[in-house]
Structure formats: structure tokens, C-alpha cells
Design a binder for this molecule. Structure first.
Ligand code: PEP
Length: 247
């Protein structure tokens, strides 16, 4: 049985004060949740604030990005050691916004995932097709390319996959549960090729306009093991409802 995982991706939202206000409301609201792994990914500048507040709670801390070199003259970058030091257990790698706006290729993402895993971080590795790719029948080709390229020579320990169709991210258009299941089943098959039986232990999260109103239906599908949530994770009461989807 895979334990569901629900992760908040705050993107470039929330100052330290806003992070504190969110967590002071959210931590007590979900303290009794034991059947779901809860992860929060604030921007770098709020990680320290969050890490202090999350000590001793049931909520894990994630970075939204990391660089693959250990240290050096890489202005503006942050290493695995730094995010571990600040209290992160997870890192999101390969979000479509990183691919689209910051030119991150499968090769770069593979290096990042390797560095993160070697440092002992859990990797939430994102994949997903654009609307044009879906409409021209390329969904599975894209998923295949992103998995084969991004996960090359990477073992399955502490690996989480997030299937996020780009056309559903921040658009209010959610994939239907059937579309999500179809893609997740394909991802699971690919993971079986790479990891044999261990593929059944890997959580595959769905991401794309998850809301309190649609999470339960999406989570009812057999290969959907959780969610990566953007917009609806920014308000504590909304994210609480998502985390408590099975209550
Ligand atoms: C995301 O950024 O990973 C995401 C899924 O965003 P949203 O929930 O806002 O679509």
C-alpha cells in the first residue's frame, strides 16, 4: 500500500511573515493527520522560517529547486548541502515552469536529481505534456522522454513522481480522473521497466488545478497516490481540506 502524499508548491509566493501566518494556522489544523505525508515547499527565502516552525510536526519541508554542483562560483544557486542544512527533506525537480522559463533540460534535471538523491533528499520529479503535445497525440512520448532522460541511472529510493499536465497547471482546468489515471498507469509501466517490482512502491502524484472540490475524485484512481498543489495550497484552510481529502 502506498501512503498518500500531498505537497504544496508555493512557487514565488509568500514572504517570511506570510509563511509564518500560514503555518501557525495550518500546523495545528493537520496535527492529527497520520495517514497522509504532508510536504510544504516555500520559496528559498522562507525555508528557514518554515523549518523552525515545522520542527516536531508531521509536515515535511521541501525546496522548489536545487543546483547539482556541490559548491563554487555559481551566483544565485543553492546546493543540496544548503537545503539539507536548513531542514529540507525533499526537493521538487523538473517543474514545468523550470523547464519552460529557465531552460532546464532532461540532462540538467537528471544531474539535479542525481545530486539530490546522493545527498539523501527525497526527490519529487515532475513530468507532463503541453496542450499542443496532448492534442497532437504526443503525451506518452513526452512522458517517456522525460522519465528516460530525467531518471537515467537514478534508483527508486525516496523517489516521488509528479505527473503535471502543463495545460492543467494554474489554469483551473483539471485533468479528468480518467485522464490522470491513464497517464499515471503509463508512468507506472515505465517505472516497472526501470525498477521492476519496486515501481509499485513509488508514489505518483497528480498536479494541475487540484482544489478541495476535486481532490477526492482524483485520489480515487488506483495509480494516483497524492497531489502536488499550487494555487490551492496558498490558503491554510484550502490546503487543510485537500490534505484531509479522505475524512
Ligand atoms: C503546480 O505548480 O505544481 C501546480 C499544480 O499548480 P496549480 O495547482 O496551481 O495548478
Amino acid at each position: 500500500m502506498r501512503k498518500p502524499c500531498i505537497a504544496a508548491n508555493w512557487k514565488m509566493y509568500k514572504t517570511m511573515g506570510e509563511t509564518e501566518a500560514f503555518l501557525k494556522a495550518f500546523i495545528p489544523a493537520v496535527s492529527s493527520v497520520g495517514d497522509v505525508d504532508i510536504v510544504v515547499a516555500p520559496p528559498f527565502t522562507s525555508l528557514y522560517t518554515a523549518s523552525q516552525l515545522l520542527k516536531g510536526t508531521n509536515i515535511k519541508l521541501s525546496a522548489q529547486n536545487v543546483y547539482y554542483e556541490a559548491e563554487g562560483a555559481y551566483t544565485g544557486e543553492v546546493s543540496t548541502k544548503m537545503i539539507l542544512d536548513i531542514g529540507c527533506t525533499h526537493v521538487i525537480i523538473g517543474h514545468s515552469e523550470r523547464r519552460q522559463y529557465f531552460g532546464e533540460t532532461d540532462e540538467i534535471l537528471n544531474k539535479k536529481a542525481k545530486a539530490a538523491k546522493a545527498a539523501g533528499l527525497s526527490v519529487i520529479f515532475c513530468i507532463g505534456e503541453s496542450l499542443e503535445e496532448r492534442n497532437t497525440g504526443k503525451t506518452f512520448d513526452i512522458i517517456k522522454r522525460e522519465i528516460e532522460g530525467g531518471l537515467k541511472d537514478i534508483d527508486s529510493d525516496n523517489l516521488v513522481i509528479a505527473y503535471e499536465p502543463i495545460w492543467a497547471i494554474g489554469t483551473g482546468i483539471t485533468a479528468t480522473p480518467e485522464q490522470a489515471q491513464e497517464a499515471h498507469a503509463y508512468v507506472r509501466d515505465m517505472l516497472r521497466n526501470l525498477y521492476a517490482n519496486k515501481a509499485d512502491e513509488i508514489r505518483i502524484l497528480y498536479g494541475g488545478s487540484i482544489k478541495p472540490e476535486n481532490i477526492k475524485e482524483i485520489m480515487s484512481k488506483p495509480d494516483v497516490d497524492g497531489g502536488l498543489v499550487g494555487g490551492a495550497s496558498l490558503k491554510a484552510d484550502s490546503f487543510e481540506k485537500i490534505v484531509k481529502f479522505n475524512k
